[in-house]
Design a protein around this ligand. Structure first.
Ligand code: 4AD
Ligand code: MG
Length: 430
């Protein structure tokens, strides 16, 4: 008999099957054990009655503890009361690994207690649902770019330079030379776009953010498309289409998981492109009405993001930030060189920025001016300047933060639950 996954059992109604999994809950009433089984693909009740099994099998049920792993031979039967409509009637049971007293109980544990045991916490119904949604988001992203004939290109993680400011660099020693963990694959994607046209990378990026907020982690996964000949409007449209495709995939494929995390789908069903677009100036006015004084030329902080994102019930783009507020590579607007062809895509309901993007400065003297203004050393960026020297074209792209996107889609209060093993200020265990 080959072992089946629990998710496969609906096709085997009335059959004798072999399954295996972990017992995440159980109770007994003398002559009968009710075992709640999970194997990652589904959750199901297995019933072991003294009358149905040999005495030694029934005795083994008495040894089961929370999170003990078992292998079963059982009959798949319909049960209207069971979630999923199926139940297993056990005929044989073998213990694979008996669990010691399991530290995670049904009661409410503090979040530090849970984070210390993140490796076990992942087994809970809620964390399992979030991980499944995350996987669907990643698959939807790959499908989106595949359908548009983008090529996936991998960016290096050990890099000689900063992309997003020098204050958040993780420095390490590269055989005597300083190296930094990548803050963004963007500069490498610009080189790849000049070779391949439409590209994207998707991988971990690092920021030594010395702030302890619900939106920041030190290590996060970012998806960064970069497209040759793309303009500002086209860049925002690409971001809108990507976010819409991600949300649609989650709605279609993860309805049960959204229910598990208690995320109302009405807010997600409103996500259809195009999204509202507002300018940086309008943002400052909107914030002023809410009692925030954002000095001209500054980027939005956490509280400002929350306040602004509370004003919207669907995603929206903030566009054309002043040069001073953003990174050195952003292209200045033709009609106003103080502003840039940049945008941030915000998630509504107080969530805030999930995407940052721009057109890239393709004019070499202006790019040099910006690099100097940001106080960045030229040496490690020499190769990047070559992209302007040899057939520069208008190029645009953006970075979508996976953790923040999942935090919003799942309706999580904190980004730490959106990442399997979050790296936070003062925490990189387990
Ligand atoms: O706005 P950022 O810094 O943009 C860039 O890195 C560009 N180089 C991307 C590009 O144009 N190719 O970061 C992009 C996104 C943010 O919108 C946010 O979602 C996420 O990355 N992000 C973080 N997520 C979690 N923790 C942090 N510390 C993050 N910093 C940025
Ligand atoms: Mg940003």
């Amino acid at each position: 008999m080959t072992r089946l996954w629990l998710s496969e059992l609906s096709a085997h109604l009335g059959e004798e099957v072999e399954v295996a999994g972990w017992v995440y809950n159980y109770r007994s009433s003398g002559k009968i054990y009710f075992l709640q089984l999970r194997d990652g693909t589904a959750r199901l009740q297995a019933v072991c009655a003294a009358d149905d099994v040999a005495a030694d099998v029934f005795a083994r049920c008495g040894e089961i503890t929370l999170e003990t792993s078992v292998r079963l031979k059982a009959l798949v039967r319909a049960d209207d009361r069971a979630p999923g409509g199926l139940e297993l009637q056990v005929h044989d049971l073998e213990i694979i690994g008996r669990a010691e007293e399991y530290p995670l109980q049904k009661k409410d544990h503090g979040v530090d207690f849970l984070l210390d045991r993140r490796h076990l916490w992942l087994r809970s119904t809620r964390q399992e649902a979030i991980l499944k949604i995350r996987s669907t988001v990643e698959t939807a992203i790959a499908r989106f770019f595949e359908a548009r004939e983008f090529l996936r290109v991998d960016a290096p993680l050990l890099t000689p330079t900063s992309v997003e400011g020098t204050t958040t660099l993780f420095e390490t020693d590269y055989f005597g030379e300083p190296a930094y963990l990548s803050q963004s694959g963007q500069l490498y994607m610009e080189a790849a776009a000049a070779a391949l046209g439409k590209v994207y990378c998707a991988g971990p990026t690092f920021r030594a953010e010395k702030s302890k907020t619900r939106r920041h982690v030190m290590e996060f996964w970012m998806v960064e498309p970069e497209v040759a000949f793309l303009d500002h409007d086209g860049n925002i449209s690409l971001a809108e289409d990507l976010v819409t495709a991600i949300v649609r995939a989650v709605l279609e494929e993860r309805a049960a998981e959204l229910e598990t995390v208690e995320r109302g789908v009405a807010a997600l069903e409103r996500v259809t492109s195009p999204f509202p677009r507002i300018s940086y100036d309008e943002v400052r006015k909107l914030l002023a009405k809410k009692g925030f004084d954002l000095p001209y030329g500054e980027d939005l902080g956490g509280d400002e993001q929350t306040a602004l994102a509370e004003e919207f019930d669907r995603p929206f783009a903030v566009e054309k930030f002043p040069l001073a507020a953003k990174a050195f590579y952003m292209k200045r607007c033709g009609d106003n060189p103080e502003l840039t062809y940049s945008f941030d895509l915000f998630a509504p309901e107080g969530y805030g920025e999930i995407i940052g993007g721009s057109c890239r400065e393709d004019d070499l003297p202006r790019l040099l001016e910006n690099i100097n203004a940001h106080g960045l050393p030229l040496g490690p960026l020499e190769w990047y300047l070559d992209l302007r020297r040899y057939g520069a074209v208008p190029t645009a792209g953006f970075g979508l933060g996976l953790g923040r996107t999942i935090m919003w889609i799942c309706g999580l209060r904190h980004i730490r639950e959106a990442i399997p093993f979050p790296r936070m200020l003062n925490r990189f265990y387990p």
